[in-house]
Write a protein that binds this ligand. Structure first.
Ligand code: NAD
Length: 346
């Protein structure tokens, strides 16, 4: 079994290590010759994984053809702003008839496409899957128990990816709902920014619980209108990923949110985090999707105001707390008492 890992960031390297420990033959493509050479020599990313050394069997290259030659599975793991450009760079060497799985999360700002949709359009004639869930690289790389979802419209593909990645410490479920899996994984980054802002303001656990719960409510509202399944959003790549991202200091989106809550501007916060903060890209895209699919997303709207309109995080929380009064659920069913059946009364 041979796998090509396109991307050598924290997540790409955590997955490369995991596969190498499963005796998969792994070649990692780095986006620069220098980075490929550095990784081959040092076998570590000290900033992300202090003290961790990657298995000796992993090969590193900057040559696209060498990376994918003979690979049974190609894994795309570059940060979302680089997915399209990198896929275009690989179009000729990948050709058709290959299995490709995307592990990147994010919605493309100008096209509103998910990562798998980008790969399907740039690399037609290949079988595409997505692998996503509550999976911090820092924990996977040291072998802590983790669960994830392998999604594809093609069941054989979802089960193939499951068989490649599954281990007794890395449990992989399958799903036919690739759209729901990708939307859950991408939109939670925007809610994580909000959760971080609340932390930065010194607001407490009640506020965090509210953001997580109302956050999954609005992610689901949009995703379902776009064609995703409700149960996917209640699962690992929806609720699961949202919980881990809003609660963990491993989350760069949450860390950026904390800085915004403490009064930094978006530019200052991203500089200080020092990595791509994908929630910032997804925030804009989510708002555009909300308008396209007529889905109100109040938390995501306020995050956009903080990021792009200089509204303070404190004002954004105030705006959320003083919205029109509402019923908790949008769903009005016939089994409700008659006086509850017309939705909001005001
Ligand atoms: N880190 C995690 O715990 C984790 C877990 C699950 C999913 N993810 C997702 O995986 C994706 C990558 O995250 P990461 O943590 O590895 O990010 P990272 O910032 O550590 O790495 C960024 C990646 O982008 C690539 N890159 C940087 N500049 C590039 C360029 N100019 N051209 C092409 N590629 C370039 C690098 O090769 C690197 O692989 C993200 O979408 C993230 O949401 C991350």
């Amino acid at each position: 079994m041979k796998a090509a890992l396109i991307g050598c960031g924290a997540w790409g390297m955590a997955l490369a290590s995991h596969l190498a420990k499963k005796d998969v033959s792994v070649t990692v493509w780095a986006h620069s010759e220098e980075e490929a050479m550095r990784l081959a020599k040092e076998r570590s990313i000290e900033a992300a994984f202090p003290g961790v050394r990657f298995p000796e069997t992993i090969r590193f290259t900057h040559n696209a053809e060498e990376a994918v030659s003979g690979a049974d599975l190609i894994v795309f793991a570059v940060a979302s702003p680089f997915t399209r450009k990198t896929a275009e760079q690989f179009r000729d060497v990948i050709g058709t008839g290959r299995r490709i799985v995307i592990v990147t999360k994010g919605i493309e700002e100008n096209t509103l496409m998910t990562q798998a949709e980008i790969l399907s359009s740039v690399l037609p004639g290949n079988t595409i899957g997505a692998l996503s869930g509550p999976t911090h690289a820092e924990e996977v790389v040291i072998g802590l128990p983790t669960t994830i979802v392998s999604a594809s419209e093609d069941r054989a593909m979802a089960e193939y990816v499951q068989s490649v990645f599954i281990s007794d410490m890395f449990r992989v479920y399958t799903s036919p709902d690739i759209l729901g899996v990708e939307l859950g994984g991408s939109l939670k980054n925007v809610i994580a920014l909000a959760a971080g802002m609340a932390d930065g303001l010194g607001y407490g656990d009640n506020c965090k619980a509210a953001l997580i719960t109302r956050g999954i409510h609005e992610i689901s509202r949009l995703a379902i209108r776009m064609g995703a399944r409700a149960d996917t959003l209640q699962g690992l790549s929806g609720m699961g990923d949202l919980i881990v991202t809003c609660a963990s200091m491993h989350s760069r989106n949450r860390r950026a949110g904390i800085l915004l809550g403490q009064g930094r501007t978006m530019d200052e916060a991203t500089r200080e985090v020092g990595q791509v903060v994908e929630g910032i890209y997804s925030a804009k895209a989510a708002l555009a999707l909300a308008r396209k699919f007529d889905a109100p997303l109040p938390i995501i709207e306020e995050v956009n105001r903080v990021l792009f309109e200089n509204v303070s995080a404190r004002q954004a929380v105030h705006n959320l707390m003083t919205r029109d009064r509402k019923m908790e659920s949008d769903i009005v069913t016939e089994d409700l008492p008659e006086c509850w059946q017309s939705g909001n009364s005001r």
